[in-house]
Design a binder for this molecule. Structure first.
Ligand code: GDP
Length: 369
């Protein structure tokens, strides 16, 4: 059959190549009537949102209209990759519309953590990024934690408005949308494809029972996250599935840690002290002498030091070294986007270096926990 140009659900240009980007339609669905993309199909038939993604430029184009609308925005970020998944330019686009910040995946942090303290920490980071939030909600889509509060807050703030849900890829946006659908919308009875107004916005509009919509935007791809850089089969190694088990290392100056074959941490200078690694438990940590580290990497990359295995090693950009001088007196994390963070437990200060593929976002921040 001849493939129509546009999805009669969301209006996106149809394509058959890549199911992770908007407009995908499988061959078997060409002669459905009406012809709709896989994403609209799943919402219509299974009440289920699916993940698609776009690059930053396309996302900004999508977002640029929100400011003129009267809308509530739910901005969802991943607590494990906070700085890497935060849409820091969001404030410029949303105008005066209220924003709820949903900080997802709290289940990944060890139980001991104090939620109020964590909320303050998030608030502090938002302030630094010039972001105003009506409310910060710590939640876990996986454990169904914090969702009642989120739904209450949506109900309070929504009034007569549409709800835009925005987030980077893999933050749990689909899981959240599915929850909103089941709580707010009466899809079984109400939905026909004609209720998706044809737009060219690449967004899927899910009708609510009061005539307004939940608007699912594609996940934004940020190139500085490990989770975007590694091959699919190595994704599990960087994205933890279970509560982190922090690994504590007592190090002397001149010692290094390898995180599989994905990155390296050097304790360059300072008194003997302990460092806590918050990374996925499936990634093996190898301790070695700093002076031996380069040679070890050359000899064992892809084998002892893996993932990635030898076949995928060269698909990652070359490592780049970032050095930080941590001053005495502060509690600091060295954060690596999508890989985790290393907490300096001593406040005595240190010089440390981190080696990661070029382009990965690395920064220091006040300790999360
Ligand atoms: P989307 O790409 O933002 O739509 O995210 P998904 O809902 O598809 O979730 C992406 C990945 O994160 C999946 O592997 C989920 O299992 C996982 N995930 C989603 N929510 C949570 C959560 O609350 N905790 C944990 N640990 N993982 C989650």
């Amino acid at each position: 059959a001849q493939l129509p140009v546009k999805c009669s659900g969301c209006g996106i240009k149809l394509q058959t190549e890549n199911k992770e980007i908007p407009g995908f339609i499988p061959e078997v669905a060409y002669d459905r009537d009406p012809v709709i993309c896989q994403r609209c199909f799943r919402i219509k038939n299974y009440n289920e949102a699916s993940s698609v993604s776009v690059n930053q430029d396309e996302f900004l184009r999508l977002l640029s209209g929100i400011g003129e609308k009267n809308a509530l925005v739910i901005h969802i970020v991943d607590l494990f990759d906070f700085e890497g998944s935060l849409i820091s330019g969001l404030q410029r686009f949303v105008g005066n519309n209220p924003v709820i910040l949903a900080v997802n995946k709290v289940d990944l942090l060890p139980k001991v953590t104090n939620l109020n303290k964590m909320r303050n920490w998030v608030q502090q980071r938002c302030k630094e990024h010039g972001m105003k939030t009506e409310e910060i909600i710590l939640c876990s889509a996986k454990r169904n934690q914090g969702f009642d509060r989120l739904l209450e807050s949506v109900t309070e703030l929504r009034g007569q408005r549409d709800v835009y849900v925005v987030g980077a890829t893999n933050v749990g946006k689909s899981t959240l949308i599915n929850r909103l659908i089941s709580d707010y919308s009466d899809l079984d009875q109400e939905l026909t494809t004609s209720q998706y107004p044809g737009t060219t916005l690449d967004t899927v509009k899910i009708p609510l029972d009061d005539g307004h919509y939940i608007i699912d935007t594609p996940g934004i791809v940020y190139p500085w996250r490990y989770s975007e850089l590694v091959e699919r089969q190595d994704l599990d190694a960087v994205m933890p599935a279970q509560t982190l088990k922090p690994a504590v290392y007592q190090l002397n100056e001149g010692q290094s840690l390898f995180f599989g074959g994905l990155g390296r941490f050097d304790f360059v200078q300072g008194e003997r002290q302990s460092f806590t690694c918050f990374i996925s438990g499936t990634l093996k940590i190898h301790r070695t002498k700093l002076e031996r580290a380069d040679a070890l990497y050359q000899e064992h990359r892809g084998e002892l030091l893996s993932p990635p295995g030898t076949d995928r090693m060269d698909k990652l950009p070359q490592w780049q070294r970032h050095e930080f001088r941590i001053n005495r007196g502060s509690n600091t994390d060295i954060y690596v986007s999508g890989l985790g963070w290393i907490k300096l437990n001593s406040t005595e200060g240190a010089v440390i270096a981190i080696h990661v593929p070029k382009g990965v976002k690395v920064l220091t921040r006040p300790s999360l926990i």
